[in-house]
Design a protein around this ligand. Structure first.
Ligand SMILES: *Cc1c(COP(=O)(O)O)cnc(C)c1O
Length: 377
């Protein structure tokens, strides 16, 4: 969403080079929308989506909690004013010494998905609360998280029994349906799995208290996405269906859905050319590409809206690429991108919906290009 404030900032400040501009008013609106859509769930902002201090400070002040994947992210959340009881160490892959550091900082909530990880937490954070992540199939997600995180539900039961035996508090179950999830039913299947883990453990006298429903809430790129309210309704229905009148505490961890539409990248056309005299398609090269922050165009997964000052002119499909000397640095080629025929070298382009997963994905000086600059207004 290119807000008037963002346009005004770019016009008056004329920042040199590609940069991300984030409008905090949009982040604030997104936070309210989540709170309104899921009033009974605690919000844990997924810091990795955009850890700009201004965003963390705003969210901390609004009462958000934080999902962190490293000690550095935990420190950022603390610096932004969150207390340690509002922070979860949600990565299932942690060094034992980082678990110890987090525990020393007061963190008491850890993700696990294996016996081995339970042992680390039991040694380095004795008595802490743990939740076990279960696998989901990622069906319907535009940026699926594959099988890297989580274990099958039956194994989650064993992991949580083991955690209990190791003196930890077996606290709950987590899942992540896959990022940019367009299918409202995804939470239903995952909540069914979570309920089965709850029931198996209850038979063994272990009473879980919490379901961490992860992220996956989409942001609008080119296609419309269901509103937060629709997600809230689908999740609420699924919770009642599976847990009846014993609904546990719930957490959501929005990343993309909290900040994606709050940011716009300003970039510039460096070259428009063709590969032969009779080439049907132009190649448009920008001063930003896969290594400058647009990594989620990998396999052309995320398709960003792009605006130019010539959008009234006729459009023609073109290949869109970044500026580095790596042939992988092509954004859209299999599925070419319509841009104005009149687009020319030096033109400014605005890449919308880039508030999440851009600054943190940009390389440090690959080919000498600076990491993506960011302004939070
Ligand atoms: C990345 C991540 C999130 C955020 O996911 P989005 O799809 O951006 O909302 C939430 N929880 C965990 C554990 C994550 O790794």
């Amino acid at each position: 969403m290119t807000t008037a404030r963002i346009i005004d900032f770019i016009k008056t400040r004329r920042p040199e080079g590609p940069c991300l501009v984030v409008d905090l008013d949009v982040v604030r609106d997104n936070f309210h929308a989540f709170r309104h859509a899921l009033p009974n769930s605690a919000i844990y902002y997924a810091v990795k989506a955009n850890p700009a201090p201004e965003i963390l400070t705003l969210l901390a002040g609004m009462g958000s909690n934080f999902d962190c994947a490293s000690v550095a992210e935990i420190q950022m959340a603390l610096d932004a004013g969150a207390t340690s009881d509002r922070i979860s160490f949600g990565n299932t892959i942690k060094k034992e010494r980082d678990v110890a550091r987090a525990f020393a900082l007061g963190i008491d909530l850890f993700a696990v998905d294996s016996h081995e990880e339970v042992e680390k937490v039991a040694r380095a954070a004795p008595g802490a609360r743990v939740f076990c992540r279960v696998l989901t199939d990622g069906e319907g997600a535009e940026w699926p998280l594959s099988r890297k995180f989580g274990c099958v539900p039956q194994m989650a039961v064993d992991v949580l029994v083991y955690a209990h035996q190791m003196g930890l508090e077996s606290y709950g179950v987590s899942f992540h349906v896959g990022s940019q999830m367009m299918n409202l039913d995804a939470w239903d299947a995952a909540l069914g799995d979570a309920k089965r883990v709850f029931a198996s453990l209850a038979k063994q006298g272990i009473h879980l208290q919490m379901v961490n429903m992860g992220g996956g809430f989409p942001t609008k790129y080119l296609r419309d996405v269901p509103a937060a309210e629709e997600y809230g309704h689908a999740i609420d229905t699924a919770l009642r269906k599976h847990f009846g009148n014993q609904i546990p505490k719930t957490i959501i961890e929005p990343g993309r859905g909290m900040v994606g539409n709050a940011g716009v990248i300003k970039a510039e056309v460096v070259l428009v050319s063709r590969k032969s005299d009779n080439d049907n398609h132009r190649w448009v090269f920008l001063d930003i590409g896969k290594f400058g922050g647009l990594a989620e165009t990998m396999d052309e997964a995320i398709r960003y809206p792009i605006r130019t000052e010539r959008d009234e002119d006729a459009m023609e499909l073109c290949v869109l690429a970044g500026p580095t000397c790596d042939s992988a640095d092509v954004l859209y080629e299999k599925n070419m991108y319509p841009l104005p025929v009149s687009l020319t070298i030096g033109d400014e382009v605005l890449i919308e919906g880039t508030g999440a997963y851009t600054t943190t994905y940009s390389a440090v000086a690959f080919n000498g290009f600076e990491p993506l600059k960011s302004y939070v207004i």
